[in-house]
Design a protein around this ligand. Structure first.
Ligand SMILES: [Zn+2]
Length: 350
């Protein structure tokens, strides 16, 4: 099976990968086989490529990349009721052990035993087909494209973050970072009822894209503008009800409570490779609530529903599309962190 393989740090190849074909020869009764159509390039895929590891997960053997995926069902296990051959679907890439304590408590995303695509030793899906549990496979309505379907995975992070923040209608939010996760978080915060969302970044082009998404989004240049002063001026010196940290930069985290209103909530989304410092005193005088999220749980159907109804439009975030044959070059471009790009996707031959 011709796959995009990360051989080792800084080395990718598009080559046959017989081990995966063998591993997926048989289809379990509750599985479906999917022909992949579109796979998004995630920051974590790029980080594996450039650093050889993400946090504690190190690539020690060749691994297929890719976990943001949509495709078509081509084979259905004997016990599967809700999917049929020909259905267009998106897939949740993390499979927990359903009998684990975390899964039974509804927090399956933090099950230590979760198997997540393109997280060693589990292979990703930049390949022609995959076998996946039907329970983690979601049908796309006709008006949701494969490209949008492949955006459900990152969107799920934003929706999970907005859920954890407990957004109320009319809340004012700040999102630090206008990368793909920052922007899906801003869209999720608006869909959840925020009146206004301030989005910060250092890249002008990303701020332009942010501003184009909704008149309720105000771009703030992290290098030139004073975020706290801007938010205070807009809220009668009260501050934002919610601050979402979506940069993963220790410097952003250090000032995360400054624009926050008394009684407000900070949600940490951006991954932190090393321990970071934040201002616990500033959190205390606000009685700030601090939430952390790790991926998502139970939100894929909500995301599909919002894409179908138009409550959320992710199409402006998809800035580039590559053919599968071009995927090594796509990763090289992604690794250069082009400022004008939000989400790049790879389309597989059908
Ligand atoms: Zn991702």
């Amino acid at each position: 099976m011709k796959s995009l393989v990360m051989e080792r740090k800084l080395e990718l190849s598009l080559r046959d990968f017989p081990e995966i074909s063998k591993a997926e020869e048989t289809l379990g009764p509750r599985d479906v086989r999917i022909k992949l159509h579109t796979v998004g390039i995630c920051g974590s895929d790029v980080h594996y490529y450039t650093h050889g590891k993400v946090g504690p997960f190190e690539v020690t053997e060749p691994m297929i990349l890719g976990h943001e995926a949509a495709g078509t069902v081509i084979e259905v296990g004997s016990d599967v009721q809700h999917l049929a051959i020909g259905d267009r679907v998106c897939m949740e890439p993390g499979i927990p052990d359903p009998t684990s304590k975390a899964a039974r408590l509804g927090m399956y995303n933090i099950d230590p035993a979760v198997r997540f695509w393109a997280t060693p030793p589990v292979h990703g899906v930049l390949r022609p087909t995959c076998v996946h549990p039907a329970d983690f496979t979601f049908k796309l309505p006709d008006n949701v494209s494969f490209a949008e379907g492949a955006m459900v995975e990152p969107l799920a992070v934003g929706v999970h973050a907005a859920t954890k923040a407990r957004v109320k209608p009319g809340d004012v939010a700040v999102v630090l970072g206008a990368g793909p996760i920052g922007l899906v978080t801003a869209l999720s915060a608006l869909a959840a009822g925020c009146a206004r969302v301030f989005v910060t970044d250092l890249a002008e082009k990303k701020l332009e894209i942010a501003a184009s998404l909704s008149p309720a989004i105000t771009p703030v240049h992290a290098g030139k503008d004073d975020l706290t002063a801007t938010v205070m001026a807009a809220t009668e010196n009260w501050g934002a009800d919610i601050v979402f940290e979506a940069t993963g930069a220790p410097k952003a985290a250090a000032g995360v409570f400054q624009p926050l209103a008394p009684g407000g909530c900070v949600v940490f989304i951006g991954g932190q490779a090393d321990p970071i410092a934040y201002d616990a005193g500033a959190a205390m005088v606000r009685e700030a609530r601090v939430e952390n999220i790790f991926r998502y749980a139970h939100v894929f159907p909500r995301c599909v529903g919002m894409l179908a109804s138009g409550a959320i439009d992710v199409k402006p975030l998809i800035t580039r599309n590559f053919e599968f044959n071009d995927s090594v070059r796509a990763f090289e471009i992604a690794a250069s962190a082009p400022v004008a790009d939000v989400k790049m996707q790879i389309e597989l031959p059908q």
